[in-house]
Design a protein around this ligand. Sequence first.
Ligand code: NDP
Length: 830
Amino acid sequence: MNVMDIFETMEYGPAPEAATPALAWLKERQPFGLFINNQWVKPASGKYLDSISPASAKPLAQVAAANSTDVDAAVAAARTAFTSWGQTPGHVRARYLYAIARHIQKHSRLLAVLESLDNGKSIRETRDLDIPLVARHFYYHAGWAQLMASELPGYEPVGVVGQIIPWNFPLLMLAWKIAPALAMGNTVVLKPARYTSLTALKFAEIVQEVGLPPGVVNIVTGEASQVGEALVKHPDVNKIAFTGSTDVGRSIRRVTAGSGKKLSLELGGKSPFIVFDDADLDSVVEGVVDAIWFNQGQVCCAGSRLLVQEDIADRLITKLRTRMEKLRIGDPLDKAIDMGAIVSPGQLNEIQRLVAQGVEEGATMWQPSWACPTDGYFFPPTLFTNVAPAATIAQVEIFGPVLVSMTFRTPTEAVALANNTRYRLAASVWSENINLALDIAPKLKAGTVWVNCTNMFDASSGFGGYRESGYGREGGKEGLYEYVRPGWEKITASTIATPTTPTTPATLATSNGSSPSGDANTQRAGELVADEDMRENGHDALGFHSDLPPIDRTPKLFIKGKQVRPDSGYSRDVYDSHGRVIGQVGEGNRKDIRNAVEAAHAASGWAAGTTHNRAQILYYIAENLAVREKEFARRIVEQTGRPYTAAAEEVQTSIARLFSYAAWTDKYEGAVHRPPLRGVVLAMKEQMGVIGVACPDEYPLLGFISLVAPAIAMGNTVVVIPSQSDPLCATDCYQVLETSDLPAGVVNIVTGERDALSQVVAEHDDVDAMWYFGTADGSRQIELASAGNMKRTWVSYGHPRNWLDSVQGEGEEFLRESTQVKNIWVPYGE
Ligand code: NDP
């Protein structure tokens, strides 16, 4: 063949990367043991699993098949190591992380080849993307280890972390998990995916090379049913970090419910790729290639739904088919191929099944004319047109190289179509009109939005979604909070204010006629002076002097800015600390909660208003509360039997707290990141949406204000279940809220049985987050129920909190729970 012949065809020649060093490395270490306490140990089962190369369907290596005995050993090693690693100065941890990053770079070629062999993805991707990002992640987190003491004061590591990762980015997911965990002083037990353990085992060698103390990183290979499940259930694991399918994420949520384990879940997606008619179509075509054929579409944030403005749809689809015809699929170690192999025969079957279903449901399928290699697990790039928005292939995550396209006419329609998914992970917007793109980006329900780009990642910019895409972020400062706890949580319950016991009828009748709600009230009896004195002197319960019987006040529920009767038509008695009935409140039920959620959604314009306006309203609420300061204090005395001075302090602190959040409203802001690209990433702190809030029994006013104020300050709307035992402070707030210009539906209050109502809120599909400050069992029920739509939860596990304290009762933790970070990537330059 001469140069002229080559010019005629422009055919690619083979450009293979040598596999020899990687194969030799594998051969020397056969079979692989488990990495526990910096040593290679045999699995207790004595069994091994084959690791298969997806491109050839041939075995590459044997890895240990661990079971729960090995998991126990690894967790024990991590626990022992935590006692010293958790105390190791940040600078020392930074040195280790820095060394790991350096060693990853030293072994980068071996790691890239191993990854391609094991996973089937192209060497172009592993060499140019996966491994550099792995190194960057360790460098970046070396920085956070160094800065932890100054930048996260008052926070401590969580302890032993169980980490479970998938097969699509084996080493990158390891880095996303291990780097922040170690930076924050935790120790880890990591389970790689069954199909792709090899780079994790090479990483174990790097751990040895850099001399990380034994037990800080433990790597346990094997199957989900033996290793993953044991890790999730293990009582000595303090946190689970998981990336994988939504179904498994949901089951992990259920298994860990009530255990107090922290949990972060990075799950599936069905991300929209939105193209407006003024977009640069040639860039769009390359963008689509990156969005859906990168890693064979086995990417949680793959742009798998192409949404095109109607007038350019035919033109774009024609261009796309031309480009697809030119894509090259084959040996992952060939540097000139675009697509490698699918990870396993099981995954290939699943892709084939869903594609067949798409055809059956009436969509039009198109594939290039060329054939795939037949000796491994390959699937061609596939494009569906004529797809109905409700079709299975438009809704279900295919996790393969399959693109479905739909059209829209207006920007509003584009947003509606884009958000028509149960996932909330990522989105791309393509338009040469930056005003349009930046208007659309915040409206997209996704944790990451890429403007005129796609699948960009950097350690500085947190990644993660919400709802069925999971919760928590990986990367950025926000990702660090997944691996720390506030230090005060270790304070024993006895040093924190004792909660009052609910005075329900069941607890009232006591045989000796003593204080109905038990010891707590007996102890308080001596303090109970204020309301006694008031009554004896002819004052009513609120301190007003009168010979007339008081006018009956029966608070209703507060929904959509109005006081409404409960659907049940029942009321519940409210008792003072002596067990005397002091009033009634509405007995809310499922229907009231549904109405409250609807009202909260209808008030979503609250988030779109200015932060200045929200701050003004919070100040106004404080002002109106201050006007009725004494009345509220007396109400607290009446319900709880606490001394007047303590009640007055609670009211004063509530007013101050409203001021705090009014102040924070326009100050808890996002950030602008400068990742290594020409452009910026706008990290915006977005409201969660509708938050369900179950208030604590103790501090009936302050508990209510401390939770509602940060939530609404950040633009959320709320459905609140006030203190069950002492709800009258919250119901007294109706008038305060009504006179403070708060738009109807921003705060909705449903009184009644806290746990029953909380359960309804936690199960509700249209509620985005649930906060619960009640019992340990109630917390467990909330976490269980939340798995339905994977809403984020914040529960107390029955631990008290000192609401008077400015660290425990207010601050960044509350603001963080009220928001989620959306990263909008905006490249610039011609
Ligand atoms: P899984 O969610 O099953 O696996 C992810 C990880 O979790 C693996 O390490 C797996 O172990 C482990 N695991 C599985 N079940 C449990 C369990 N009950 N308890 C603890 N750990 C468990 O994903 P699959 O590999 O089966 O892929 C299926 C689908 O999931 C894909 O088609 C895709 O839609 C989605 N997926 C999403 C990913 C993402 O990045 N969001 C990544 C991978 C898959 P083992 O490998 O041994 O089974």
